[in-house]
Design a protein around this ligand. Structure first.
Ligand code: SAM
Length: 275
């Protein structure tokens, strides 16, 4: 008899996938944490019944949320990741030779602990000497930071539970304060099929704070609708105005120099959200 995990992406629609076995399951002080072995996607991290990352398609999200901002900034030395406890974004950040320090602030140490154990190919670089892992609320960490980071990446869960404050105008204002005068940030901003209002509101809030605000997309099959968005806010550098010699050779499976630019070409129904 097969066991299936179903993520209800709306009240009327979801995805379902066959599970070989459950590797770990617990209720942490912040969320329900499950790590399962799937038949199709390898090991998968689930938080509050939402797919966070899978061994088979994680490279898309982690490459696109890291390399677009880090190739946009000419000298990305000091990086902050809010959330990101599975370690995938850190692994991609460390591919950039300019990076001297990467701080990861995740509210739930259990995500880090079990990602290291069951997702070593994703979480394996969290122990790198350039990485500083803090267990804290990202909202509080940002509130305490000033003029410190070149790039900030918000790799949080959906705007529910512990992450609800990470999609507010106040948080984006705090990010602007935490960034250096030429800093930039990117946040995962969900999908345009079921979360159009979120994308529209975040873009409006970020546009009110950053002179350069853009939306880009990627295809992530295990995320709701498969079309995922990222919102970038920049004080000085435009992700579409970077000269070609900036693109150093790094190992990727999804991100390319051409795709860096193409990802900002939006389907009309998505572009209309952020007009
Ligand atoms: N890529 C996934 C996505 O797009 O939904 C996110 C993956 S990552 C595992 C999400 C992380 O955000 C979790 O580890 C969770 O503990 C963390 N998180 C949620 N709220 C947070 C907060 N307020 N401060 C710091 N980390 C938070």
């Amino acid at each position: 008899m097969s066991i299936w995990f179903t993520e209800k992406q709306t009240d009327h629609f979801g995805i379902t996938m066959k599970i070989n076995r459950t590797l770990h399951s617990e209720l942490t002080p912040y969320q329900k944490l499950d790590i399962v072995e799937t038949a199709e996607w390898g090991n998968m991290l689930i938080l509050d019944n939402m797919v966070m990352t899978t061994q088979k398609d994680e490279f898309v999200y982690h490459e696109m949320i890291a390399h677009v901002p880090l190739f946009t900034h000419p000298k990305p030395e000091n990086i902050l990741v809010v959330g990101g406890g599975d370690g995938g974004v850190i692994r991609e950040i460390l591919k950039h030779p300019a990076v001297k320090k990467a701080t990861l602030v995740d509210i739930d140490g259990k995500v880090i602990e079990y990602s290291k154990h069951f997702l070593p190919d994703i979480a394996g670089m969290l122990a790198d000497e350039r990485v500083n892992v803090k267990i804290d609320d990202g909202f509080m960490h940002i509130a305490k930071s000033e003029n410190e980071y070149d790039v900030i990446i918000v790799d949080s869960t959906e705007p529910v539970g512990p992450a609800v404050n990470l999609f507010t105008k106040g948080f984006y204002a705090g990010i602007a304060k935490a960034l250096k005068t030429d800093g930039l940030f990117v946040a995962q901003t969900d999908n345009p099929w079921f979360k159009a209002d979120l994308i529209r509101e975040v873009h409006r809030d970020v546009r009110g704070i950053f002179p350069i605000t853009r939306l880009y997309i990627a295809n992530i099959p295990t995320y709701p609708s498969g079309m995922w968005t990222f919102t970038i806010g920049s004080k000085k550098y435009d992700p579409l105005e970077i000269n070609d010699n900036r693109f150093t050779d790094i190992e990727t499976k999804y991100y390319t120099e051409e795709l860096h630019k193409a990802a900002f070409v939006l389907p009309k129904f998505v572009a209309d959200l952020v007009k």
